[in-house]
Design a protein around this ligand. Structure first.
Ligand SMILES: [Zn+2]
Length: 406
């Protein structure tokens, strides 16, 4: 009688050891040296010394915004966040491919690149109502065997400055969104207190976590972070709040950034960074020193904000390292941790990878170590989700795969 669902043999683990991993009911059942007999399994995967890594985590993406699956849209520049929100609204009105289809195309890219957990923000405002949320809920259900998706109800058009949005966020959280989002309380709403009070009130009413986009610069952004910290501590929400971007931490004097980082760490607030191209971003070594959980995401993939990206989180780790001038193995491993354990901790508070009982979510690449994988971004030979091979040589298993051509 078969006792194991999957036996992964001859796997090179991130710690450099050669091992075999037994999987049962989607979880790691046993990890042992290659020579031990672990019994029979329904399926055997012999990696012949390839590197087995934890599944990648995309902790910040916008599935509903993408043009993937529709025609190529030339980028239209905008000078401010407000202006770009308006440009995006107009552009999306011209796209006839439904949100479900566009999101599925992007999602398949992410899955094929080894993302096994994801947090997506979904636009909620009076013009779209809950339409995008309904589409993404549908897509989440369809791909549930391939990826875990957490949904943030995101007020892209503002909260206090966009009447009706607070009520819509409330409905979205009842309809299936997992978290409440926020956006530049000063820059977009010009009402820091009103915006944050509304976001934290929604979180309290629904018992959900918070993830706030903060692009506001310099000392203004730092002031807003302190307001977020204050509310997080007052409501006992330590470990349940994340701030995305927080460019301000990379714009102010080091001493102020360090003091703010210590306050963020005390409130157990996680910071998401994409290591953006031309903008200042949070100094990762300083945040690590303070003990902050850092995670990352693809953010904008082929949408009105950005034409780039393939939703590949190994490529993202490489970008994080490149922008941070990381070169040592220790630093490259830090970049990898941001796209794996960092995101997993924020999304699910997961059991650390490669421990018995952890979800059997992995990627397999031809690399000699994790730093080598970050530096070279080899193709994903296999992706394994809950102990099932979901991607083989870049192709999704099963009959549901869309054509992933652009
Ligand atoms: Zn975003």
């Amino acid at each position: 009688m078969h006792t194991l669902d999957l036996l992964i043999r001859q796997a090179l683990l991130p710690d450099g050891s050669l091992a075999q991993i037994a999987v049962k009911a989607g979880k790691i059942h046993q990890i042992s040296p290659p020579e031990v007999n672990l019994g029979e399994a329904k399926a055997v995967l012999d990696l012949q010394g390839d590197l087995l890594c934890p599944g990648l985590v995309d902790g910040h993406i916008h599935l509903d915004k993408t043009f993937w699956g529709a025609a190529w849209h030339p980028h239209i520049p905008g000078d401010s966040v407000k202006q770009r929100v308006e440009i995006e609204k107009q552009l999306l009105k011209t796209v006839t491919v439904p949100v479900e289809q566009r999101a599925a195309h992007l999602l398949e890219q992410a899955i094929a690149h080894g993302t096994t957990q994801m947090r997506t923000h979904v636009d909620i405002h009076p013009e779209v109502g809950l339409r995008n949320l309904e589409g993404i809920l549908h897509v989440r259900e369809r791909y549930r065997d391939y990826i875990d998706i957490q949904i943030v109800a995101f007020p892209q058009s503002g909260l206090m400055s966009c009447p009706g949005t607070v009520a819509l966020l409330d409905q979205a959280l009842t309809a299936g969104a997992d978290l409440v989002g926020g956006l530049d309380p000063a820059g977009i709403d010009n009402d820091i207190q009103g915006h944050l009070d509304a976001v934290f009130q929604l979180a309290e009413n629904h018992g959900v976590n918070i993830d706030i986009h903060l692009h506001d610069p310099g000392e203004l952004g730092i002031f807003e972070l302190e307001q977020v910290i204050q509310r997080t501590e007052a409501l006992g929400m330590q470990g349940h709040v994340a701030v995305s971007h927080a460019y301000c931490l990379g714009m102010v004097a080091t001493e102020l950034a360090r003091a703010t980082a210590e306050h963020l760490a005390r409130a157990n607030i996680a910071i998401m960074t994409t290591a953006p191209g031309r903008l200042a971003f949070p100094p990762i070594p300083l945040l690590c020193e303070a003990g902050i959980t850092i995670f990352s995401g693809s953010d904008d993939v082929r949408n009105a904000w950005c034409p780039f990206s393939k939703a590949d989180m190994l490529e993202r780790a490489s970008l994080i390292a490149y922008r941070s001038d990381f070169r040592t193995d220790a630093d490259l491993s830090t970049a990898f941790k941001i796209v794996t354990a960092g995101g997993a901790g924020v999304i699910q508070g997961a059991i650390p990878s490669f421990t018995v009982g952890a979800a059997a979510d992995f990627i397999v690449v031809a690399a000699s170590s994790v730093p080598a994988a970050v530096a070279t971004q080899p193709p994903r030979k296999y992706v394994i989700k809950n102990g099932r091979v979901t991607v083989c040589q870049g192709e999704l298993a099963g009959s549901m795969a869309l054509t992933r051509s652009a």
